[in-house]
Design a protein around this ligand. Structure first.
Ligand SMILES: [Zn+2]
Length: 184
């Protein structure tokens, strides 16, 4: 996705000296068995001593027993989440029943969270399996949960265009994490 985006909030944080957009991602203290350090989903699934800081930097909103849920850094729409098994597996049949179940329950729960938090009125939920199907990280499968609103952009635009992402990722991350703590 090379699409151009207007991303003023990040830039403001950068200009204010709060954030270095080129800072390397935090180094895990412990990787999951079989993890690939080059895989951002493995990085999001790893263990960190400074857990909250790492969650913020990796945009992780929740780590379950079998899955991790994070904001997509390159969202198709505001609130675009990824739900992924903690394990580096790329094929649907490689998932255990417990991983399947937790992924589906997590997707269901976050449709409710995003309905309440950002008034999403519909969702596209999808899985791109294999490079030919558009998987950006073919080795580590992940469901996309894309909130929709009446009159918004088409799902998965493939041609270049400028779109507004109205809320900064960090502000949204804070809102989702706070919402989860209040509910849970
Ligand atoms: Zn991975």
């Amino acid at each position: 996705m090379d699409e151009q985006r207007i991303w003023a909030p990040w830039r403001l944080a950068y200009i204010a000296g709060e954030e270095d957009p080129n800072a390397p991602p935090p180094e895990p203290d412990d990787w999951r068995p079989g993890a690939k350090p080059s895989c951002f989903l493995c990085r999001a699934s790893a263990s960190y001593e400074l857990a909250e800081e790492a969650q913020r930097r990796n945009l992780v909103v929740e780590t379950g027993e079998h899955t991790v849920t994070l904001l997509n850094r390159y969202p198709y729409s505001n609130g675009h989440l990824l739900v992924s098994p903690l394990r580096h597996v790329g094929k649907l049949h490689e998932l255990t029943p417990a991983e399947h179940l937790e992924a589906m329950q997590t997707l269901a729960r976050y449709t409710q969270v995003l309905e309440k938090l950002i008034s999403a009125t519909g969702f596209n939920i999808g899985l791109n399996l294999g490079e030919v199907a558009g998987a950006g990280v073919p080795g580590h499968l992940h469901w996309h949960l894309v909130p929709r609103w009446p009159g918004d952009n088409n799902f998965m635009p493939t041609l270049a265009g400028v779109r507004m992402i109205p809320q900064s990722l960090e502000a949204l991350w804070e809102a989702i994490v706070a919402f989860g703590s209040a509910e849970g």
